[in-house]
Design a protein around this ligand. Structure first.
Ligand code: ATR
Length: 273
């Protein structure tokens, strides 16, 4: 039986075991996929033990995605760009590839939702690890421009400084105006965790073609409810991104097998209610 796990802290809430079990069932595979709680000082040792004892692949979630960059002996281009690793692949002889499937997960989920990214304007809220992780994938999917909005402007400046190759604009939340062309808003802040309100002008939310919150819960986040009330074209939460990033990781671990993500998302969504 092939052994997989997800490392994080906290980890009890992780839906990855269910998602990967549903993927494995599509191919009649009897994988084991567990949750591994790591204490901060023990992350590298725990990862190394898992792979020494036969681990076939692992995911990494908060707060270890940056630490996992150091644990990997090789990095994919997208993990290097994102500065974060969410997928580890054993290469043999103690070598580990660090990859990042979060950005592609978001892009795939947006495409599933019918959002055409090519030439689209994007307003990206947040400048932490989550924003950094998806920014390169959005640019590589052909978006025209990204407007970065962050509570702490200097942090948005830092993020933009790390991606001089991309056309990024920094605007304060209160100074935002609806864009002239169709646009997508992606909330990559952690504000939805606490239900804190982002101070975006109502007309900016209401004129968006799509408003996406990378967070999810059983019901629409406060941010998505606000966007829907303001009249946004479409709202979508991050559950689809979670399933899609898992699908990309599954494919990497299983020699290119592509799981059907739609029924898995539908089932996980039903279970969350
Ligand atoms: P993550 O890895 O989830 O991105 P992070 O690196 O701590 O976590 O970043 C959290 C992001 O959410 C930051 O952009 C943060 O803004 P600041 O840089 O100003 O701290 C943003 N954020 C968190 N709570 C927020 C709130 N109540 N209002 C606005 N932005 C918030």
């Amino acid at each position: 039986m092939a052994l997989f796990t997800v490392f994080g802290n906290p980890i009890a809430h992780s839906l990855s075991p269910q998602i990967h079990a549903l993927f494995a069932a599509q191919f009649q595979l009897t994988n084991s996929y567990t949750r591994s709680l790591c204490s901060p000082g023990q992350f590298a040792a725990t990862v190394s033990r898992f792979f020494r004892t036969g681990g076939a692949g692992a995911n990494v979630t908060l707060p270890f995605k940056e630490a996992a960059v150091q644990v990997a002996t090789h990095l994919s281009e997208r993990a290097r760009e994102a500065g974060a690793v969410n997928t580890l692949v054993p290469l043999g002889q103690g070598q580990l590839l660090g990859d990042n499937t979060d950005g592609l997960g978001l892009v795939r989920d947006l495409q599933t939702a019918g959002v055409r990214l090519s030439g689209l304007e994007v307003i990206l809220l947040g400048a932490g690890g989550a924003a950094r992780g998806v920014l390169p994938a959005l640019m590589n999917a052909g978006v025209k421009q990204i407007t970065l909005v962050n509570r702490t402007r200097a942090r948005a400046g830092q993020l933009a400084g790390d991606f001089p190759q991309y056309p990024l604009k920094i605007v304060g939340a209160r100074d935002l105006q609806p864009l002239a062309e169709p646009y997508l808003i992606v909330n990559a802040t952690s504000a939805s965790l606490t239900g804190a309100k982002l101070q975006l002008p109502k007309e900016v939310l209401g004129s968006a073609a799509c408003v996406y919150d990378m967070m999810y819960s059983g019901r629409p986040t406060a941010f998505l409810q606000e966007a829907a009330q303001a009249g946004a074209g479409e709202i979508r939460d991050g559950l689809g991104m979670l399933v899609e990033q898992a699908g990309v990781a599954f494919s990497i671990w299983h020699g290119g097998l592509e799981p059907d993500t739609a029924p898995v998302l539908a089932k996980i969504r039903r279970d969350l209610l």
